[in-house]
Design a binder for this molecule. Structure first.
Ligand code: NDP
Length: 300
């Protein structure tokens, strides 16, 4: 296996350390404690796990965590009323509504009800527009984490060919915007892309955000390219015992690692960076809300 492993777990631990330092400084110098409110509607087991770990890590870096767990049949009016209260609460600097929401709730309406300055997921249309026009915004956490690892690995990304596979609003599109912002030549591929292997083969940087287990094989990868695997897919693993499962990415790890210059593993790559970037975004939002200079290195 030739590729260098980009250790997202170690990156995330370092970023959380930086966040904790800034939180301590905000407290000591300004008497401010950043606060993150997480809203969970319903009982989706994966969402419950995410919300629990977000809450735990928020507290670990010294911030206040406010969890709001609502019944699955919560009305849109009640959810919007809670968001309005959180928007107005000066102790809350970041608001995250855990997605997906139950089907009777309009996700776009709910996300766009969040004060853009507190939208630490970066999904509000205002933040999408600001990012697209190269202005200061809240940057979606997963692509931000990918960008940080790419910058740390390469230094400048200027002039590199980047192929992003996937065009979702939460990963693919903002990832492409960030790479463009760093002067990559960017292609966004999706389910209708013709000759996907050939498109991927020209990339110096491949970001796979598809949601299909091990879809990208090593022979799609240009020798020496950097592979960022966003996918998190649970598959059966009978080799580990009856009924066992394991997590894999959207890239076939072993064959890609033979060819690539660097690769993020799954688990332990992009995933840990996502929550670390959420904490970083909360500190950024808190500094902006209080007119305190923003720390270096916590956003794009
Ligand atoms: P979506 O389902 O919203 O988007 C998937 C994208 O992949 C779509 O644009 C789709 O194209 C494209 N696609 C599907 N099939 C193919 C194909 N055969 N060839 C090329 N493109 C294809 O997924 P998300 O962006 O939300 O998530 C992607 C993956 O990343 C998932 O595995 C998810 O679990 C993971 N994820 C991981 C995070 C982390 O923290 N590490 C955070 C968020 C997501 P089209 O638009 O044409 O349908």
């Amino acid at each position: 296996m030739g590729a260098r492993i980009i250790d997202g777990k170690a990156f995330a631990a370092e970023l959380r350390g930086q966040v904790a330092d800034h939180v301590a400084r905000l407290g000591a110098e300004h008497g401010i404690i950043p606060g993150l409110a997480v809203v969970l509607v319903g009982e989706d087991p994966a969402s419950q796990v995410y919300v629990r770990s977000k809450g735990r890590m928020t507290v670990e870096v010294g911030m206040n965590s406010y969890e709001h767990r609502l019944e699955p049949d919560t009305s849109e009016a009640d959810l919007l009323a809670l968001i309005a209260r959180l928007n107005a609460d000066p102790k809350v600097h970041g608001i995250l509504v855990q997605l997906p929401l139950p089907g009777h709730l309009d996700e776009d309406l709910v996300i766009n009800a969040i004060d853009p300055a507190k939208d630490v997921d970066g999904f509000h249309v205002s933040n999408v527009g600001l990012l697209g026009t190269g202005q200061k915004s809240m940057v979606p956490c997963t692509p931000l984490g990918c960008l940080m690892m790419l910058r740390a690995h390469h230094g400048s990304l200027s002039g590199m060919e980047a192929v992003v596979i996937g065009r979702s609003n939460i990963v693919g599109k903002p990832m492409a915007q960030l790479l463009l912002g760093d002067s990559c030549t960017v292609t966004i591929a999706h389910s209708r892309t013709r000759d996907l292997p050939d498109v991927v083969r020209r990339a110096d940087i491949v970001v796979a955000a598809v949601g299909r287990p091990e879809m990208v094989p090593g022979d799609w990868i240009k020798p020496g390219a950097t592979v960022i695997d966003v996918g998190i897919n649970r598959i059966d693993a009978p080799e580990n015992g009856a009924g066992k499962t394991r997590l894999v990415g959207d890239c076939h790890y072993d064959s890609c690692a033979e060819i690539a210059g660097a690769i993020t593993p799954v688990p332990g790559g992009v995933g840990p960076m996502t929550i670390a970037c959420l904490l970083a975004n909360t500190v950024t939002a808190c500094c902006r809300a209080n007119n305190v200079p923003e720390p270096e290195g916590l956003t794009a």
